[in-house]
Each structure stands twice: as structure tokens, then as C-alpha cells.
Design a protein around this ligand. Structure first.
Ligand SMILES: Cc1cc2nc3c(=O)[nH]c(=O)nc-3n(C[C@H](O)[C@H](O)[C@H](O)COP(=O)(O)O)c2cc1C
Length: 365
């Protein structure tokens, strides 16, 4: 039988000290199956283990504290019960020789009083997002969040530190700091959402102060070689959030500072997540990438052939794939075989139970 050559994207790769089976990363995807205490269900262990053929799995975004919550049925990592449930998931992935990082999340203004017993969500500044957010009983208008007092901010850094330590207890291989998609950290980074006049706002240095304090706290727990970060310099949803007035300078400075801290990788959503790979005229991801010495995970609408082209041109090290992993647990095997991909109806994306989540068959079953 003729042997086909294996795509370089599907061959083993090493980033930092992390040895991966291939260059495909399962992108973080919120699936809203946790209970109201933020505990993932038993069947989440099946879901993640079924996808352990990815070189690396990044979990769904996971709240670092009760204050961090923005959406119903999203998991957390601040209680012992949550840690125990995550440990079952990491054990299941490790039994299949997979690697799994936890994505650490604080939604900031992308939240609603319904998630906080009537209290306002917190943000760098009291600026209301446009549109609506999903709450327990449907969609509601966003509200104007409460601007954090400067003396509350060190406490949130400590919440990240505790979440990172809990992730370690839960057996993860590392953590990814969610600094993308207009959630709390990116709300501080962009001047469109940060109008503060204290040491956390104004200059780029000031806007980066809180996100970098978070990164340092997480590194204290894990060491820089086990910490990655996700960014999305031009993504505008949720909340129709405007981009920064000078994306290249702001994110260039951010990536230089992250590079100095020795982070394992940046995970970049190229374009508007799920929507378009257009970056806006003045934004160049290959230019931004030059500011960072670690590995680069590219994301957004990647196919195997686009990943192959991008790897060959040296523009990325790993490629994260989101939506195709929903209905194709054995995605890497299918890519290797050139097999057709199943598509998941959107009704299964968020909420529900194991149906449309951990019951998608492998192609050989
Ligand atoms: C159902 C769903 C949930 C998502 N949840 C998250 C999340 O929790 N954290 C995150 O950083 N991105 C999240 N994303 C964005 C994906 O990680 C990814 O950026 C996006 O789907 C584009 O990649 P793709 O074209 O390969 O699907 C989500 C996307 C989808 C479809």
C-alpha cells in the first residue's frame, strides 16, 4: 500500500519543554454544561478525553472567582468541589496521553446583575457594552458596569493566583490567561474601554499594569514555561467593543512585555473571532509576532491547508481549531485521513446535556 506523507502540521512538535503529539490545538470553547455552582459535569471528562488526539487542549473559559462570572452554567476554579471535578477531567485526558491547559477567565463588564444577586458587574470604567447578554432566562440588555476602585484590583490579582494554584491541584499541564474577546483583561488594555485616570489607565504602561500583574502572579505559581496568553487585538464582540485607537502600539508594547516575562506562547485570534480573518488596514499579526520570542498559536477559521501554508512560511508554530472539534472528537485523525468533517447544529453549542456534546462518534465507529 502506498504510504502518504504525513502533513508537518500533524507531526509531533515541542514548544518550550512541552512535547506535543501534533501542532493542532483544540481552541477554548464555552459549552455551558456546568451546574449553578460552576462544577463541570461527569460527562465533561468523556468530552475532553475524546479530543485528546489534539496536540494540546485548551479548556472552555473558566471563572477565577464568583465575581468573574458572566454567563450561566460556565465552570469555575475557585472552590474545592470545582477542583475535584476538573481533576477527573485532567486524569481522563492524561489516560489518553493528551495535554490540557485551563483557560482562566474574568468577564468584567460582559456580565449582568442576574449573575451577581443584583450587584453590578465590574470593569475598568463605567462604560456600557452594546447589545444583549445571555442570562438564565434568555437575553437581557447589557448594563453599565461599576468601575473598580484601585484598591480592589490587587484582590483580583490574588483571585487569579488562587485560580492558578487550584489549576495545579486539579492536574492541568499549564494555564492560558484569557486576555481576549473583550473580557476584563482586554477591557483594561484597550483605551476604548479603559478611561481611568489613575495608575491603571491613560498611558499604555498604565493600561498594561493590571494585566501584567495578573500574568506575573500566574507565573509565580506555574513558572513562565507553563503559562500562555490569549489575545484578540481586532475582535469587537461581545458588546460591539471598539478596538484600541492604536492597536499596533498598544499590542506591540503588550507583547514585548509578555516576551520579557518568558511566557510559553501567545494564542492570537487573527481577525474577528468566528467571523472574518480581516485584520483592519494597519494591523499586521506577523509584525506583532516579532515582538514576542515564545511560541505563536494562530487561530480563526484555520483549515489543514491554511495551517500547512502558514507553517511553511514560518508565521505560526501551532494552530488552534474551535468549531470543527465540536462534532469531530477525532478531528486530527480525520484531517490525517482526509475524511469528511461532521458539523454540529448551533443548538448544541451552549447549554443542554451530553447530547451534541460528548456523544459525537469517531469516524471509525
Ligand atoms: C461555542 C463556542 C464557544 C467559545 N468559547 C470560547 C471561550 O470560552 N474562550 C475563548 O477564548 N474563545 C472561545 N470561543 C472562540 C474560539 O476559541 C475560536 O476563537 C473561534 O471559534 C474561531 O476558531 P474556529 O474558526 O476554528 O472555530 C468560542 C467559540 C465557539 C464556537
Amino acid at each position: 500500500m502506498a504510504t502518504q506523507s504525513v502533513s508537518p502540521v500533524l507531526q509531533p512538535a515541542t514548544i518550550g519543554h512541552l512535547e506535543l503529539k501534533n501542532r493542532i490545538v483544540m481552541a477554548p470553547m464555552t459549552r455551558s454544561r456546568a451546574d449553578d455552582a460552576g462544577v463541570p459535569p461527569d460527562y465533561a471528562a468523556d468530552y475532553y478525553a475524546q479530543r485528546a488526539n489534539a496536540g494540546l487542549i485548551i479548556t472552555e473559559a473558566t471563572n477565577i472567582s464568583a465575581q468573574a462570572r458572566g454567563y450561566p452554567r460556565t465552570p469555575g476554579i475557585w472552590t474545592d468541589e470545582q477542583v475535584v471535578a476538573w481533576k477527573q477531567i485532567t486524569d481522563a485526558v492524561h489516560r489518553r496521553e493528551g495535554k490540557i491547559f485551563l483557560q482562566l477567565w474574568h468577564t468584567g463588564r460582559m456580565s449582568h446583575p442576574d449573575m451577581h444577586d443584583g450587584a453590578l458587574p465590574v470593569a475598568p470604567s463605567a462604560i456600557r457594552p452594546q447589545g444583549q447578554i445571555r442570562v438564565h432566562d434568555g437575553m437581557k440588555d447589557f448594563v453599565t458596569p461599576r468601575a473598580l476602585d484601585a484598591d480592589e484590583i490587587p484582590g483580583i490579582v490574588e483571585d487569579y493566583r488562587r485560580a492558578a494554584a487550584n489549576a495545579k491541584r486539579a492536574g492541568f499541564d499549564g494555564v492560558e490567561i484569557h486576555s481576549a474577546n473583550n473580557y476584563l483583561l482586554e477591557q483594561f488594555v484597550r483605551d476604548s474601554t479603559n478611561h481611568r485616570t489613575d495608575e491603571y489607565g491613560g498611558s499604555i504602561e498604565n493600561r498594561l499594569r493590571f494585566p501584567l500583574a495578573v500574568v506575573k502572579a500566574v507565573i509565580d505559581v506555574w513558572g513562565s514555561e507553563r503559562v500562555g496568553i490569549r489575545i484578540s487585538p481586532v475582535t469587537t464582540s461581545p458588546g460591539e467593543t471598539p478596538v484600541d485607537s492604536d492597536t499596533m502600539s498598544t499590542f506591540g508594547a503588550y507583547l514585548s512585555a509578555l516576551s520579557e516575562l518568558g511566557l510559553l506562547y501567545i494564542h492570537d485570534i487573527e481577525g474577528v473571532t468566528q467571523v472574518s480573518r480581516e485584520t483592519g488596514s494597519e494591523v499586521s499579526f506577523s509584525e506583532l509576532r516579532k515582538r514576542f520570542n515564545g511560541a505563536y498559536i494562530a487561530n480563526n477559521q484555520y483549515t489543514l491547508s491554511l495551517a500547512e501554508k502558514t507553517l511553511a512560511s514560518g508565521d505560526a508554530d501551532l494552530f488552534s481549531i474551535g468549531r470543527p472539534f465540536i462534532a469531530n472528537p477525532d478531528l486530527v485523525d480525520r484531517l490525517r485521513a482526509g475524511a469528511p468533517l461532521a458539523e454540529a447544529p448551533k443548538e448544541y453549542w451552549y447549554g443542554g446535556d451530553s447530547t451534541g456534546y460528548s456523544d459525537w462518534p469517531d469516524m471509525r465507529r
